[in-house]
Write a protein that binds this ligand. Structure first.
Ligand code: 6GU
Length: 270
C-alpha cells in the first residue's frame, strides 16, 4: 500500500519510521511519502493560510497550495506500478490516461467535523492500494478543495473522536497505525486482531477484559484462580464475564447497541 501525507509539519510524521509502521516500511509492505505543503508555495513567506471570508477568528488554509500538491501527487500515480506491491485481487491495468479511477488514491481528510473513525472504516481503508492524507492546521482547508477532489476521487472526511486537536497530524498517525496493522503480513500473527475490541464478529463487540502474565504473585497480588485451572471452558466463560463487566462500566452504549442474540443466558445474569 502507498501512503502520501501532505502537511506543514513533516517532522510530526517521524513516528511513521518506528515500530509496526516503520517495520512494514522497511519490509516494503508500505510505501510512505511525507510532503511539505510549503513546497507548493511561491511567495517569500511560503504562505499557506489567510483570513476567513465572512469574518471570524482563526485562519483558513488557502486552496492553491493544496490543489497543486494534490495534482502533482495524483499525477505521480498515473502508472499503476507506482503504488507498490498489491495482492492482485483488484484490477491493476496499464494507464490509459483517461478519467477512470484505477490509479487514483483514496483521500483521507482529517477534521473534527468528519465522520467517526471506527474499526470498520479502518478495515475499509485497508483494502485500498493508495491513501493520501491531508492533515490541516488552523480552522481547516478552503471548502472548494474538498469539493474538487471529492468529485475526482473517493474522499473521506474523518474525525478520531469528540475532542478538538490543533491539527490533523496526530489523527493521521492514529489512522495509519489502525490501517497498517490490518494489512496482510504486517502483524506477526493473523489471529492477533481477530479478538480485538471492536473487531467485527469478535467477542460480540465487547471491550477486552484484564490480562495477566508471570510472575504468579506480584506485590502480594495473585492471578485469578480460574486462569491457572487449565479448564478452557471455564476460562472462556470468565473472560466473557470480565468483558461484559468492563463494557457495562466503561461503554454501556456498546451493550445497548449490541444484537441481543449475541448475549446468552449467563451474560444476562452477569
Ligand atoms: Cl481528525 N482533527 C482535529 N483537528 N481535531 C480532531 C480530529 C481531527 N478528530 C478529533 N479531533
Amino acid at each position: 500500500m502507498r501512503l502520501d501525507v501532505v502537511t506543514i509539519f513533516p517532522e510530526y510524521l517521524e513516528p511513521l519510521n518506528v515500530s509496526l509502521v516503520g517495520k512494514a516500511r522497511a519490509r516494503g509492505q508500505l510505501d510512505v511519502r511525507v510532503h511539505d505543503l510549503r513546497a507548493w508555495t511561491y511567495d517569500r513567506h511560503h504562505t499557506v493560510d489567510d483570513t476567513p471570508y465572512g469574518g471570524g477568528p482563526g485562519m483558513v488554509m488557502k486552496p492553491e497550495p493544496w490543489g497543486e500538491a494534490l495534482d502533482e501527487i495524483i499525477a505521480s500515480g498515473r502508472s499503476a506500478s507506482d503504488a507498490g506491491p498489491w495482492d492482485g485481487t483488484s484490477s491493476e491495468v496499464a494507464d490509459s490516461g483517461d478519467a477512470d479511477q484505477t490509479n487514483l488514491p483514496t483521500l483521507v481528510v482529517p477534521t473534527p467535523s468528519g465522520r467517526p473513525f471506527t474499526q470498520e472504516l479502518a478495515a475499509e481503508l485497508a483494502t485500498k492500494r493508495w491513501l493520501v492524507f491531508t492533515p490541516a492546521r488552523y480552522e481547516g482547508i478552503d471548502r472548494r478543495v474538498i469539493e474538487e477532489y471529492g468529485e475526482r476521487t473517493e474522499l473521506h472526511e474523518v474525525s478520531i473522536g469528540d475532542y478538538v486537536l490543533a491539527g490533523g497530524e496526530a489523527p493521521v498517525l492514529v489512522i495509519v497505525e489502525a490501517v497498517a496493522r490490518l494489512l496482510p503480513g504486517v502483524l506477526g500473527n493473523a489471529q492477533s486482531h481477530r479478538d480485538d475490541s471492536f473487531a467485527p464478529g469478535s467477542m460480540s463487540d465487547l471491550l477486552e477484559g484484564p490480562v495477566y502474565t508471570k510472575p504468579p504473585e506480584w506485590r502480594g497480588r495473585g492471578i485469578p484462580e480460574v486462569l491457572l485451572s487449565g479448564h478452557h471452558e471455564r476460562i472462556a466463560r470468565w473472560r466473557r464475564d470480565q468483558a461484559l463487566l468492563r463494557t457495562r462500566s466503561h461503554r454501556p452504549d456498546l451493550i445497548e447497541r449490541c444484537d441481543p442474540d449475541t448475549l446468552d443466558r449467563h451474560d444476562l445474569a452477569t
